[in-house]
Write a protein that binds this ligand. Sequence first.
Ligand code: HEM
Length: 178
Amino acid sequence: MLVVPHFELVFTIPISRSKSKCKMETQMEMVAPPLNPTSARPAVTAALMAETGLDEAVLRRLVHRFYAKVRDDRWLGPIFAARIVDWPPHLERMVTFWSSVALMTGQYHGRPVPAHTSLPIEVAHFDRWLALFRATAEETCTPAGAAHLMERAERIAHSLHIAVVSAQGCPAAPPKLF
Ligand code: HEM
């Protein structure tokens, strides 16, 4: 077996018998590159990749394009600008997040809820976030991949919204009892 970058060349040698001698036919087939990100559950990740067409490269493109739109957006841009000064680590973090969420790789280790509860956001910001995310997913992924991502994004946005509303109604300061 000869391994070249990104493609595996697999030779299969079927042997057909003629009257007096063995005839060997060599066939060469290209096997799709694995592009399987480091995963705590490689079999699950491989199945999800096959089902959705998503892989590390697609998720990276999605994350970079999405945050380019977010940074340009008149509603969301200023909220991110006030919190994020160093963008490359945030983008890397978000690639691991989507890799964990969409492909179950277990790469992300963080706490999204506290990152959002002190932000000046309400339901309209979540709607805008989801609209930009949907547009980006449709541009960068297969229809199955975009649907897979949107189902998860909507569920997480809903949970984050509940956490934000609850935090806004329960400020950290102790309540006045009298
Ligand atoms: C109203 C829309 C949203 C806004 C304005 C927003 C804004 C932000 C900001 C400013 C940060 C950086 C926080 C910091 O480092 O101080 C952040 C982090 C993050 N956001 Fe959002 N976000 C929104 C919705 C979402 C949604 C819907 C998701 C998931 C589907 C999400 C996932 C994350 C994650 C995973 C982090 C990194 C948390 C960490 O590990 O530090 N966000 N977000």
